[in-house]
Write a protein that binds this ligand. Structure first.
Ligand code: PAF
Length: 282
């Protein structure tokens, strides 16, 4: 069975794959796959004996019902894209009932600062929802390797924390952000933006590059205002945040500190949130 929809069928297939020498790779997704996802799947295919892609729009990580309902869905094309990489890849597409069969209380994770700033601040409960589903998937698949994209850098820190708590044997691969020809980071949400404005979204990456070139010589409040002006040149663009934080604990940037720093940005375009990040210094 290449497409599996129930946990019971999943277990039947997994039993045949699980042996000490086999490496099982897991690529969790919410579907509407683009080149970014496909690069994770290719990476997993190169490294693992068996690759599983999961497609599940996880309601628990959305802090607004409208956002959940608007999330793009394209299962038929997703399946085609996955099998175009390899017919041997297995796909798990569970229903919400399959993943959340009873209404028991959710676990509450305490990720401290890495869960409270940036996306954690603007999407309360989001990372708890991510942790709940990712832990369920890790428990179901017992993967040897898991693959996530650097575009969601903060999410990768949350998942690394989960791995350090519960799954020390899992190896995580964080794969580079894939961008379109203009530099816009690929995201399933890009397709929710009108064509006219999509071509203007390159300003997000351009702004990150501008910030990278200037953050050491410009005081942060001044830099932030310059960034806001660049982003909000069009009425439909609103800067939600721009911050420079270290890559490990997400502490705010301090001049002279010898840590790796990254710029993080979130912009609302016609109400759709687009996030991106860029390594400033390591
Ligand atoms: O990055 C995503 O698409 C989701 O947050 C994930 C990791 C698949 C969990 O639902």
């Amino acid at each position: 069975m290449s497409i599996v929809k129930t946990i019971s069928d999943l277990n039947t297939t997994l039993v045949k794959q699980q042996s000490k020498s086999n490496k099982i790779g897991l690529v969790p997704t919410m579907g509407s796959l683009h080149e970014g996802h496909l690069s994770l799947i290719r990476n997993a295919s190169n490294k693992c004996d068996f690759v599983w892609v999961t497609i599940f729009i996880n309601p628990k990580q959305f802090n607004s019902l409208d956002d959940f309902n608007a999330y793009p869905k394209d299962i038929d094309n997703d399946v085609k894209k996955i099998f175009s990489i390899s017919k041997h890849i297995k796909i798990f597409i569970p229903s919400t009932n399959e993943m959340y069969p009873d209404k028991k209380f959710d676990e509450n994770y305490e990720f401290e600062q890495i869960g409270n700033v940036l996306e954690g601040k603007y999407r309360p409960g989001h990372f708890n929802g991510v942790a709940i589903i990712v832990k369920k998937l890790f428990d179901l698949f017992s993967p040897n390797m898991v693959f996530f994209g650097e575009k969601d850098f903060q999410q990768t820190l949350i998942i690394k924390r989960l791995i350090s708590w519960y799954y020390p044997k899992i190896k995580i691969f964080v794969c580079p952000t894939i961008r379109n020809k203009d530099g816009l980071a690929l995201s399933s949400r890009n397709q929710l933006i009108s064509k006219k404005l999509l071509s203007k979204c390159k300003i997000i990456f351009e702004t990150l590059q501008f910030a990278k070139a200037n953050y050491e010589k410009t005081d942060f409040p001044i830099l932030l205002e310059e960034i806001r002006k660049k982003i909000e040149i069009l009425d439909e663009f609103k800067l939600e945040y721009f911050e420079i934080r270290d890559e490990e604990k997400l502490d705010l940037f301090c001049k002279g500190e010898k840590k790796s720093f990254r710029g993080f940005i979130s912009v609302k375009v016609e109400g759709i949130r687009l996030i991106d990040n860029l390594l400033f210094k390591n």
